[in-house]
Design a protein around this ligand. Structure first.
Ligand code: KIV
Ligand code: ZN
Length: 507
C-alpha cells in the first residue's frame, strides 16, 4: 500500500523571506485560504516574534482556517515560543515549530555554543513548548552540514522531550541527492523511536537540487516535506511544491506516495502567489510556467495534434488549466459573470461581486473578449485592496521621439484634489515624478515589471513596481488596458502601502 505523506507549506514564512516580498495580513489570509483549498496539511504562517505584523498575520490565519494545521516558527528561546503559541493557540490544530542550528559552522560562528549547550537548549525548549502544545516540530538548522552522529543524538533527546516532528533542513542547499538520501536513511536507522514521529525535510535550492533532494528524502523514509509555491524562499528559494507533487503524480509508477493535494488547484495557487508577492513565474518554469504546456516547433505541434502524450507527460487540466476558456464580452450579464466566478472557485461577498462586475463591464467596453485570466486579475486586484489614501482621478501624458515627455496627474486625498505636472524620461517616468510631487514623498523605483495578463493587442496589462523609501521596500500593482494607466495605478498603490506603514503607531 502507498504511504500517505504530509505537505508542509512555508510560502507565508520562508517564501515571504524572498527579497522584496512583503505581504499584508489580508494577502496572507487570501493565500492561506487558497492553500487550504489546495489541500496542504500544515501551513507555516510566519515567524510570530519577527514583527507585530507577522504576529497578527499568523494569528489571523490560525483563527480563520478550518482544518489545516497552522504553525509558527520560533527560535529555541522562551520568549519566541511564548509569542508563537500566543499566535497559533486558537487554530483548530496548532503547531509550534522551534529550531536551533546543529552544524559546526553555525554553532561556532553564529550561536557561539558548544554541542552540549545546543543539545541542552533544544531539549529544554521542546519541553517548554510542550507545556503549551502537543504538536511540536523541532528543526536542526543546517542539518545538511551537521555531523550525522550529533544529529542522531539531538533527535533522540528531543523525541524523549516530546517533539512530534523532526525536521532535517538542507538550509543552504549544499547536499547532493545521494548525500541527502543517505542522511535521511541514517536518521531513520539510528534514532530511537523515529517511527513514532514525523520525519520532515526542508530543502533549499542554492544548487538547483531542492526538488531532487526532497524526492530522494521521501524514498529514504521522510514522511513530511516542506516546500513553497513557485519555489519562493530565502536566496534561491525552497523546493517548489507544484514540482514535487506533480513528480509524485506523474511518476506514480515510480514514487508510491499518497498526498492530500488537489492538483487542479495548483495553477490558481501559483498565479495568486505570484500576483500578491509581485514575483513573476519564469516562463519556462516546470509545471506552472507560461510555456509549460506550450508547443512551439512544428514537429511537436504535429505530434501533440495526433496524440497529446507524445510531448505532454501531464495534462494541463491536471493542474487546473482549462483549454475551454469561457469567453465573456460586453453583452454578458451579471448572472453569467457570477456563474463564471463560481466556476473559477471564487466565493465573494455581494459588495465584492458588485465591484468586480463594474470593473468587468469597464474592461469589456475596452476589450472584445474577457478571459479567465482577466477575471482573475480583476478579482485579485479587489481582494488585495488596501486603504486608498490617494486615488487617481485623471492623468494626461505627452511624449514623442523629439519631445520632452510631460505628465499631469490629478489625485484625490480625502476632500482635497492634488494636481501636479512634471517632465521625465518617457511618459511613465514623467507621471511617476508628477505623483511624487503631488504626494510630497520622494521614492526610488527599485523594480518595474509589466506583463500582459492575456494575449492580443487589447490585453489587460499588469504593472508591478517596487519602490523604496528610507530603506523600506513597498510593492504596488495596477491593471489597465492602458499601460501608462496601469503604471500610474501601481505607483499609487505602492504609495498607499507606504502610507499604511507611516500611519502605524511607532513601537
Ligand atoms: O532553512 C532552514 O533551515 C529553515 C529552518 C528555520 C526550518 O528555514
Ligand atoms: Zn528555510
Amino acid at each position: 500500500m502507498s504511504k500517505r505523506i504530509k505537505i508542509f507549506d512555508t510560502t507565508l514564512r520562508d517564501g515571504e523571506q524572498t527579497p522584496g516580498v512583503n505581504l499584508n495580513i489580508q494577502e496572507k489570509l487570501e493565500i492561506a485560504r487558497q492553500l487550504e483549498k489546495l489541500g496542504v496539511d500544515v501551513i507555516e504562517a510566519g515567524f510570530a516574534i519577527a514583527s507585530p505584523g507577522d504576529f497578527e498575520a499568523v494569528k489571523a490565519v490560525a483563527e480563520k482556517l478550518k482544518d489545516t494545521t497552522v504553525a509558527s516558527l520560533c527560535r529555541a528561546i522562551e520568549k519566541d515560543i511564548d509569542r508563537a503559541w500566543e499566535a497559533v493557540k486558537n487554530a483548530v490544530s496548532p503547531r509550534i515549530h522551534t529550531f536551533i542550528a546543529t552544524s559546526d559552522i553555525h554553532m561556532q560562528h553564529k550561536l557561539k555554543m558548544s554541542e552540549d549547550e545546543v543539545l541542552e537548549r533544544a531539549v529544554a525548549m521542546v519541553k517548554y513548548a510542550k507545556k503549551y502544545c502537543s504538536d511540536i516540530e523541532f528543526s536542526a538548522e543546517d542539518a545538511g552540514r551537521s555531523r550525522p552522529a550529533f544529529l542522531y543524538k539531538i533527535f533522540d533527546a528531543v523525541i524523549a522531550a516530546g517533539a512530534t516532528c523532526l525536521n532535517v533542513p538542507d538550509t543552504v542547499g549544499y547536499t547532493t541527492p545521494e548525500e541527502f538520501g543517505g542522511l535521511i536513511k541514517g536518521v531513520m536507522n539510528h534514532v530511537k523511536d523515529i517511527d513514532k514521529v514525523d520525519v520532515s525535510v526542508h530543502c533549499h535550492n542554492d544548487l538547483g537540487m531542492a526538488v531532487a533532494n526532497t524526492l530522494v528524502a521521501l524514498e529514504s523514509g521522510a514522511t513530511q516535506i516542506e516546500c513553497t509555491i513557485n519555489g519562493l524562499g530565502e536566496r534561491a528559494g525552497n523546493a517548489a511544491m507544484e514540482e514535487v507533487v506533480m513528480a509524485l503524480e506523474t511518476r506514480r509508477n515510480y514514487y508510491r506516495f499518497e498526498h492530500g493535494i488537489q492538483t487542479t488547484q495548483i495553477y490558481r495557487t501559483s498565479k495568486l502567489v505570484s500576483s500578491l508577492t509581485g514575483v513573476p513565474v519564469q516562463p519556462n518554469k516546470a509545471v506552472v510556467g507560461a510555456n509549460a504546456f506550450a508547443h512551439e516547433s512544428g514537429i511537436h505541434q504535429h505530434g501533440v495534434l495526433n496524440e497529446k502524450s507524445t510531448y505532454e507527460i501531464m495534462t494541463p487540466e491536471s493542474i487546473g488549466l482549462s483549454h475551454n476558456k469561457m469567453v465573456l464580452g460586453k453583452l454578458s450579464g451579471r448572472h453569467a459573470f457570477e456563474d463564471r466566478l463560481k466556476e473559477m472557485g471564487y466565493t465573494l461577498n455581494r459588495e465584492s461581486i458588485q465591484k468586480a462586475f463594474e470593473k468587468f463591464k469597464e474592461l469589456a467596453d475596452k476589450k472584445k473578449v474577457v478571459l479567465d485570466d482577466d477575471i482573475q486579475a480583476l478579482v485579485e486586484e479587489r481582494v488585495s485592496q488596501i486603504p486608498e489614501t490617494y486615488q487617481l482621478i485623471s492623468f494626461q501624458t505627452n511624449s514623442g521621439n523629439k519631445l520632452i515627455a510631460t505628465a499631469m496627474v490629478e489625485l484625490k486625498r480625502e476632500e482635497d484634489t492634488l494636481t501636479e505636472a512634471a517632465t521625465g524620461d518617457g511618459p511613465i517616468d514623467a507621471a511617476f515624478n508628477a505623483i511624487e510631487r503631488a504626494v510630497g514623498i520622494g521614492l526610488m523605483l527599485e523594480n518595474y515589471t509589466i506583463r500582459a495578463v492575456t494575449g492580443g493587442k487589447d490585453a489587460l496589462g499588469e504593472v508591478t513596481v517596487k519602490v523604496s523609501n528610507d530603506g523600506e521596500i513597498f510593492m504596488g500593482r495596477g491593471f489597465s488596458t492602458d499601460i501608462i494607466e496601469a503604471s500610474i495605478k501601481a505607483y499609487i498603490n505602492a504609495i498607499n502601502r507606504l502610507m499604511i506603514q507611516k500611519q502605524k503607531p511607532s513601537s
